[in-house]
Design a protein around this ligand. Structure first.
Ligand SMILES: [Zn+2]
Length: 111
């Protein structure tokens, strides 16, 4: 077998080894490497931190591929998501607490 060629497991068409999808039927021939460029990483981290639920999707996607560098990116994205959620709850409960105290003092310290 020619090492520069890959045979599609679905339709048997011969494709170049560098192609991600079969040219005949469109079947995915190999795992598409995920970008781990600094810009891409930064985008994922920002997404994870500022829009916590959305950051989980690329995080899980990056964790599932067989690429240790991408796995680290995914792990950081998920950790950032968790930190962001904790911070949100912490800030929110802090606000509720101070509001409750304010309300309490306005009512003369109790009922
Ligand atoms: Zn095919």
């Amino acid at each position: 077998m020619d090492p520069t060629q890959i045979i599609c497991p679905k339709c048997g068409a011969i494709n170049s080894v560098s192609s991600n999808f079969c040219q005949a039927c469109g079947k995915q021939l190999r795992e598409i490497p995920l970008s781990t460029s600094v810009a891409k990483q930064l985008g994922i981290y920002l997404l994870s931190f500022f829009l916590p639920p959305l950051g989980l999707m690329p995080g899980i996607k990056y964790l599932r591929v067989h690429d240790s560098k991408a796995n680290i990116v995914g792990l950081i994205a998920i950790i950032l998501t968790i930190i962001s959620i904790i911070l949100t709850f912490w800030t929110f409960s802090g606000l509720i607490n101070s509001y409750t105290k304010l309300l309490g003092s306005q009512l003369g310290g109790g009922f």
